[in-house]
Design a protein around this ligand. Structure first.
Ligand code: ZN
Length: 481
């Protein structure tokens, strides 16, 4: 059993709560995945970096995490009010491809992005189109309980029949004006009712459609998450994640379906990531501030600099992405890599014998603070600030290295990879000779000649830092500081 003191902000109760999973050593985690009809943008990147950090923190704390994520390849309509076209089928028409090809192409794009951001793959990645029988089964259960009704375009969930509908979003149903969410569908009984199964319109044929007890058609968007989480994680799960825009409709309706069908609590802890603004505005293609990871890379940035930038804001806050902020993040990240490279060099070159217990307690104190920040609803900004406190501290570089590499199991910045890269840091005899020569010239106050040698050293890919009498030599980082 793991003894933890972890607190997460649970959207269900709008407060931080102590984390106590059903199984004391194992956590069931379900994340709403992408709808694969377009390229993933940096707003998605932020949400999935948050999920990844959450998972890493749980693992760092000793839990085994069963992580399930869905891929929405059918049923997500262009309007939240269950009207409009299916996003994947619509894209297939405009691109002259099949809906299956569209889904496959953008799924690949999504995982290309998450891979570059060091986001660990969930244990289970499930496509909606593979779970149609499970969805039909839940709709049947809901029907048997009298929670559904059929109208001309599909099978709907009657939200007025469920006590507590809208508890997650704290919806005040009576305040919802008729038509507010009904869209154009006048047959719906309540504004909040939503489609469980949509019929293929008569006289048309969809690329993705299935037989059902109610007629040929396709599932509503929300039912897939109820079906897939139940299939892989059971009727009640520990943690469910998503973006805050999922709260009022998608997650609200997932709860209605799951709790309506099973009569049990669906999710114990709901965690939601905040929005990402770009240059102060909501990202949109028409504003020209709609960026993909590819745009970030094309401008010369390391994807992991973007990850670093995301870590500097708390996941629940609205974050404003600017190129200037990314530039700053990249510089800080590069600096950190140089620091670690130096620490690693010391670690491999020196076999220290520790006798200083004061130092050990200092290291211990840093570790404790790091854990406290993780436990406080994943406070990454403070954890990152602690990294810099450690870097600037007077503990030996090799200790700094050991601490930060351990913490990188949570940050996921690939810092441990520095170990291999830093073999380059073994400074050649030639450069060592130049450094010695330059130090001698400096002692003799022959500044001009010393400067010439400095340039020579720098041309060979090293940086020279003069600290009092001693020159420190460093390998130039991949990115300019
Ligand atoms: Zn979902």
């Amino acid at each position: 059993m793991i003894i933890n003191n972890m607190f997460f902000y649970n959207t269900l109760f709008r407060k931080k709560e102590k984390f106590e999973p059903f199984n004391p050593s194992k956590v069931g985690l379900y994340s709403c995945g992408p709808t694969v009809y377009d390229y993933a943008h940096i707003g998605h990147a932020r949400t999935y970096v948050f999920v990844d950090v959450l998972k890493r923190v749980l693992e760092y704390s000793g839990y085994k995490v069963d992580h399930v994520m869905n891929i929405t390849d059918v049923g997500h309509l262009t309007s939240e009010a269950d009207t409009g076209d299916d996003k994947v089928e619509k894209k297939a028409k405009t691109e002259g491809k099949t809906a299956w090809d569209i889904a496959k192409y953008y799924t690949k794009d999504f995982f290309d992005m998450t891979g570059k951001l060091n986001i660990l793959k969930p244990q289970v990645i499930c496509k909606a189109t593979d779970y149609i029988p499970q969805m039909i089964k839940i709709i049947k259960q809901l029907e048997e309980k009298g929670l559904t009704y059929v109208i001309s375009d599909g099978v709907y969930f009657d939200t007025s029949k469920l006590k507590n509908y809208g508890k997650l979003a704290r919806l005040k149903i009576e305040d919802l004006k008729e038509g507010a969410r009904v869209g154009k569908n006048k047959e719906k009984r309540n504004p909040t009712d939503f489609a469980l199964w949509k019929f293929t319109q008569s006289g048309t044929k969809r690329q993705m459609e299935w037989q059902s007890p109610w007629g040929v058609g396709f599932p509503g968007w929300h039912i897939e998450c109820s079906a897939m989480s139940m299939e892989h994680l059971g009727e009640t799960i520990d943690i469910h994640t998503g973006g805050i825009d999922h709260i009022p409709i998608h997650h609200t309706n997932e709860i209605a379906q799951s709790e309506g069908a099973t009569g049990k609590l669906f999710v114990k802890y709901w965690l939601h990531a905040g929005h990402l603004l770009v240059e102060g505005k909501k990202m949109s293609k028409s504003l020209g501030n709609y960026y993909r990871l590819k745009d970030v890379v094309d401008k010369g940035y390391d994807p992991l600099s973007l990850r670093y930038l995301f870590l500097t804001a708390h996941y629940r806050t609205e974050m404003n992405f600017t190129w200037k902020a990314l530039e700053g993040a990249q510089k800080a990240f590069s600096k950190l890599k140089v620091q670690l490279a130096t620490g690693n060099l010391q670690l491999t070159n020196k076999k220290e014998k520790r006798v200083d217990s004061k130092l050990d307690s200092q290291v211990e104190e840093y570790s404790k603070r790091f854990r406290n920040y993780l436990n406080d609803d994943l406070d990454m900004p403070r954890a990152i600030a602690l990294v810099w406190e450690v870097v600037k501290s007077d503990i030996p570089d090799s200790d700094k290295y050991k601490l930060i590499i351990d913490w990188d199991r949570v940050f996921g910045l690939g810092l441990a990879g520095q170990e291999i890269k830093n073999k380059e840091l073994v400074i050649s005899r030639e450069v060592k000779g130049l450094v010695k020569e330059r130090e001698k010239l400096r002692e003799e106050k022959k500044w001009e000649e010393a400067d010439k040698i400095r340039k020579e050293i720098e041309e060979k890919g090293y940086l020279v830092e003069d600290k009092q009498e001693k020159s420190i030599i460093k390998k130039k980082p991949r990115y300019d500081l």
